[in-house]
Design a protein around this ligand. Structure first.
Ligand code: CTP
Ligand code: MG
Length: 241
């Protein structure tokens, strides 16, 4: 069996969060979002290596930050990390991290830095589903709102069948060769918002497993409030992060 690596796209600006530092460096409970995310991945039993795609102008800062939190070298119960420079789109950032993976990695998970509170158990569940034979695995949740499509004038064109919809999260897990092929043929001018989308474009099956509410993406200021509350609850329960 080969190694399992986690790739963390963390090079976004966080425009929807509003002015401030790049999103991955914004604090939750006094700790940068990226550190929370990397710690969750690095401490998952299934993960051997974590590769982070940092904002181009923050590679040194991110490396220092991980060192300050004891997350560079592997240690008891946690994997080693490596920082590379990200790109202009999420797809490009992931592609740059993939290039840095050692040859003996055969399973790759891709996880947004913007999902800092992902439970370690979800990380291991995704890895296990790929190891069990799936080419591509994504965590998904049932949708609770009614979802409608609209035209350019915001006139409703259809109400979608909610029972057939899933809100997809990360980490998404892949056989290495499948993810590499998907990125190799991807169109850089029409970048995808997730990696499974590229695999779907190849015509390969993508399997959904149950996601977790705490793997939500911090996108807008409201999400930061939710993240702070979850973290405070974890700390009060004695769960360190
Ligand atoms: N990402 C990246 N490189 C980019 C753009 C995004 O690595 N050029 C990463 C983000 O850092 C984030 C993940 O992709 O961890 C999901 O993207 P998103 O939530 O859209 O984050 P941002 O692009 O930072 O936010 P916004 O779109 O509001 O600017
Ligand atoms: Mg974005």
């Amino acid at each position: 069996m080969g190694l399992t690596a986690a790739v963390v796209p963390a090079a976004g600006r966080g425009e929807r969060l509003g002015p401030g530092a790049p999103k991955a460096l914004r604090l939750i409970g006094g700790v940068p979002m990226l550190v929370h995310a990397v710690r969750a991945l690095a401490s998952a039993r299934s993960i051997d290596l974590v590769v982070i795609a940092a904002p181009e102008d923050a590679v040194a800062e991110v490396t220092r930050l991980l060192a300050d939190h004891g997350l560079v070298e592997s240690g008891p119960g946690h994997a080693a990390t490596l920082v590379v420079s990200g790109g202009d789109t999420r797809q490009d950032s992931v592609a740059r991290a993939l290039v840095a993976l050692p040859y003996d990695v055969d399973v790759v998970l891709v996880h947004d830095a913007a999902r800092p509170l992902v439970p370690t158990a979800l990380v291991d569940a995704v890895s296990a589903a790929v190891r069990a034979g799936a080419a591509a695995v994504v965590p998904g949740l049932a949708v609770s709102d009614t979802v409608k499509s609209v035209d350019r004038d915001e006139t409703v064109t259809a109400t979608l069948d909610r029972s057939a919809l899933r809100a997809i999260q990360t980490p998404q897990g892949f056989r290495r060769e499948v993810l590499y092929e998907a990125h190799a043929v991807a169109d850089p001018d029409a970048p995808a918002t997730d990696d499974a989308g590229l695999v779907e474009a190849l015509g390969r099956p993508v399997t959904v497993i149950p996601g977790h509410e705490e793997a939500f993406k911090v996108t807008r200021p409201f999400d930061l409030t939710v993240a702070e509350a979850i973290l405070a609850k974890r700390r009060a329960a004695g769960v360190v992060s």
